[in-house]
Ligand binder design. Sequence first.
Ligand code: PLP
Length: 572
Amino acid sequence: MNSLHEFTAEPMIAYFSMEIGVKNDIPTYSGGLGILAGDTIKSAADLKLPVIAVTLISRKGYFTQEIDPRGWQQEKPVVWDPARYMKLLPVKVKVQIEGRDVTIQAWVYLVASPTGGRIPILFLDTDVPENTPEDRGITDYLYGGDHTYRIKQEVVLGMGGVRMLHALEFHIKKYHMNEGHASFLALDLLLRFKRDIESVWDERSVWDLARVRDLCVFTTHTPVEAGHDKFPYSLVKQVLGDILPLDVLKDIAGKESLNMTLLALNLSRYINGVAKKHGEVSQHMFPGYHIHAITNGVHTFTWTCEEMAALFDKYIPGWANEPELFVRSGNIPNLELWEAHREAKRKLFATVKQTTGVDMDLNVLTLGFARRATAYKRPHLLFRDIDRLLKIAEKGPIQVVYAGKAHPHDDSGKKLIQGIYEYSEKLRGKVAVVFLPGYNMDTALKLVSGVDIWLNTPLRPLEASGTSGMKAAHNGVLNFSVLDGWWIEGHIEGFTGWSIGGPPTEYSKPGDADADDAADLYNKLENIIIPKYYSPDKDPWARMMNNAISKNAYYFNSHRMMRRYVTEAYIR
Ligand SMILES: *Cc1c(COP(=O)(O)O)cnc(C)c1O
């Protein structure tokens, strides 16, 4: 009946994510969450885990970023053809939305590992002739549209996904929700397992919450309350009708509105945050639930540049499928590490020249900063005291490469990008600052391997994990970051990189944090980092690069992460 028979023989883990980024040409991701999902699937394939992934096709992608002459972000639609990369399955399922049947089809993309492991990803798609023009667009825009559009997408992902797996005859032993967007899957399971015998004492006994919980794993990624999807019950009723008695629904999804995170929390046996600190922060936000922590990782092979990969092949054969072997990175001669890095730097600068026309200097200490343009990441912290920065640059020159997209509706994020352009003008001739438009997986790899220092300045404790710094470490690029998210676990001062600001036990007070953190940033840059970088003896710097590999890449990879999910979440 379908081409997936080889996968339906054994029980599988179903991994649901609103976005999955497996490669640059398939634009079904916006940022960290999607890349993490892609890395998860790649490691699952390498490790031959019985996993199937479910996501949306996002036919119009997220968006292509262009910057106009005023430094203002312009969003261009992404045009891509799923048929180039995927096969359409001959199976359709339906969900009810606003009283209509919405038909869903699925494209399958196979992630194939050199180890022989293969993981199918189902991309759900409502663009079929049976649907109304409006419904055909439900799976068009990743994070586009309003509340109503979003809830429809989440119904397609969660309920449509479970139904698609069922129609394809998969036997699922765990459902893993990567963030709350997928929680409707648990609602579908609840309907599926409805008991037909009602207890005379308790009319709710038809709902087998325990059975659903036994099947569900939930990973939360958002350390702020406002980041969780919530829908008014009036909207829920409009879209889903009376899917469950309202009092039952309110018990599991929140009194005032349907909170996708609460829904997932109440219907999952295993719940985790994405770094140790984030686990604690989440535990604080959700007392009454036991929140575990599995620290994120990145897919080692994907996030290692060619030059470093060649070096690892030579000195640490087998590294890609066994990142633990990085424990032996001390065998790599300093000079060769330094040379491989310079080559990656050259490549980044060629891209910078080609896209922005700016010439960067290979011999100058280069800082990189690339992430979603949003206030809490504080992309302007480096420019807080321009005079100070200029004085520091007189001691040893520095240059900076920025990248990152702002959400299309986020004008404050766009202003941050525009601000980078303004600082770049202000500093012209003294500190080269460029913004590289169109942050995506390809430019991300160039950036995390081609700069010397990876800068991260979030306001504590708002960075759940962060993963780009782990990518930097895979390429011997040193992290210089606020102690938040993964860096609390990866940081050894002056050994794997450097911290910015106070200890992780202190939350930043929005008022003073900027001044304190900037002061620490400037002090370390001036007195520790610049002297070390420009020292005639390159060995100490190269040794730190090596430490980043042996201590950070060794641990912060998605192979380790997936082994933890298997032993702690999946086989229980
Ligand atoms: C890795 C990556 C991210 C996430 O990086 P963070 O450090 O978690 O912000 C976002 N976008 C792209 C394109 C990436 O490759």
